[in-house]
Design a binder for this molecule. Structure first.
Ligand code: SF4
Length: 221
């Protein structure tokens, strides 16, 4: 394995302390204890290209009405669309959710497969959604889920030099020690949403600033 990124232990430890101040809106809304692999999968689909502060309440409203593949498969499409309307691309997402629910019921006995490649066979499920479902749904830390925040922060820190989230996931899995895989997404997302904003990061109040080369940062606060 290549050398782990410089100061990774220190950076993770500082981000862990910091993360206690920031709630993850989706986890908070649907409850960490009660979430199932299916709820994680559906929340992730809802969250694509949508802000977490919008996704969280929508996911909660949806799961209050239906939270299993069997239940969502039975909800009329128009009703589903009305519930998830605040998220972007709600029409496409509602159709995907119905289709995925139907396939899970018919082919997987109503269960979400705990296999990355099987998950990727579901229409609308990409690497990020599959990785999040494996890690936070099935508690299998065999992947590092990467969204825009993880992608941007990993590049600013110089841990990777990549052009898109899929490349970042592959490269991070080469350099980050496995003990950090489970937490990395949560920690980087919390830091990215609150401090290391994609357009203009708050470097002046960043707890890991002394360890960050700020690669590619043009404007900061
Ligand atoms: S110093 Fe700036 S660029 Fe680096 S992690 Fe902190 S906020 Fe992000």
């Amino acid at each position: 394995m290549p050398k782990p990124p410089k100061n990774i232990d220190k950076i993770i430890s500082l981000l862990k302390k910091e993360a206690k101040n920031f709630a993850n809106p989706i986890v908070t809304e649907i409850g960490e204890e009660t979430r199932s692999p299916f709820m994680v999968l559906i929340s992730c689909l809802l969250s694509l290209r949508t802000q977490d502060k919008t996704t969280g309440p929508v996911a909660k409203r949806l799961f209050d009405m239906a939270k299993t593949p069997q239940e969502i498969a039975k909800v009329p499409l128009k009703k589903l669309q009305k519930i998830i309307m605040p998220v972007n691309f709600y029409i496409t997402k509602s159709k995907r959710m119905k289709e995925i629910s139907r396939i899970l019921v018919e082919k997987y006995n109503g269960k979400v497969p705990d296999d990355f490649d099987e998950l990727m066979k579901l229409k609308g499920v990409g690497k990020k959604t599959a990785a999040i479902t494996m890690v936070y749904g099935h508690n299998k830390a065999d992947y590092i889920p990467v969204d825009v925040h993880v992608h941007v922060l990993a590049n600013r820190l110089g841990w990777v030099k990549t052009k898109n989230a899929e490349q970042t996931m592959e490269e991070l899995m080469k350099v980050v020690p496995k003990k950090y895989w489970y937490d990395l997404n949560d920690l980087f997302v919390a830091h990215g949403q609150n401090i290391c904003l994609t357009n203009s990061p708050f470097c002046s109040k960043c707890k890991i600033r002394e360890y960050c080369p700020r690669i590619g940062v043009i404007r900061s606060r």
